[in-house]
Design a protein around this ligand. Sequence first.
Ligand SMILES: *Cc1c(COP(=O)(O)O)cnc(C)c1O
Length: 322
Amino acid sequence: MPQVSLFSNGTIALVTALQALGIGGEVITTPFSFVATSHALLWNGLTPVFVDVEPGTLNLDPGRIEAAITPRTTAILPVHCYGHPCDVARIGDIAARHGLKVIYDAAHAFGVEDAGGSILRHGDLSVLSFHATKVFHTFEGGAIVSPDPQAKLHIDRLKNFGITDEVTVAATGINGKMAEVNAAMGLLQLKDFRAAIARRARVDGTYRRMLRGVPGIRCLEGAETVTNHAYFPILVGPGYPLDRDALYVRLKAHGIHARRYFHPLISEFPMYAHLPSAAPRNLPVASRAAREILCLPIYPSLDLASVEAIAEIVAHPERAAP
Ligand SMILES: *Cc1c(COP(=O)(O)O)cnc(C)c1O
């Protein structure tokens, strides 16, 4: 039975998850994520090894993982990007064959289910973020989902300084505890979660209907598997009259704040760029996605007339020239 340990934020939860499994050496991960994914590795003295993503989903490409495994590799840290489930079967199979741990950065994946239930059950651990920008939030917060009470006990001690009782400190823990006020916010959000997802689904459906067939605009594959509608990513590619940044600026001129998640790639930041695996020629799919990606506004209270107005600008940018 999966267990949950609440944390002060997703980044400390990631750092603690790596500690809990005793990960060392090199960890295979994706460059197409929020920078905290890789920062958690550096904070543990680990070396990230970047592997390119799949063009259809922008998740870590399982077909490229094995070529990146070395004798120092101990784990894989994939991201369910935009809430799209990774290919958990193939990743699990590779990990089993090479004796690697799998920690999913599930910061985008709260509420996502596959045929067997919550996708948070996959891998050795899954890590959530409850930051205010996420689909379910506690202002700041996070969690680790672990497989059994034993694993949860270990993680709960690590987030509380490693204390096991009043006079015993058994591990070098940290203070990662979620505060009560954040937990209270989470309880309020939970009450409304299903309804909020249903409203997001309507926003998603409206964008999809209006953007279908717009030359140069592509949605990601497998939309039906993204059951939490946390994001609405589009790729602004060849055949569109503007490049991505020009569309971003055009929307901004109309007071619409789209986000370039994830540009720049993690591998472009100065603490990563020197790594051999960070070379752009190693990451052609991610590099192109970073140039083309744009996440359109999506939140439960976004009314459908506004969604149509935003989609209209994307579909006919020339009519919206400033
Ligand atoms: C938000 C996010 C994090 C970090 O979570 P915080 O709660 O902000 O620390 C980590 N990974 C991904 C993919 C995220 O989107």
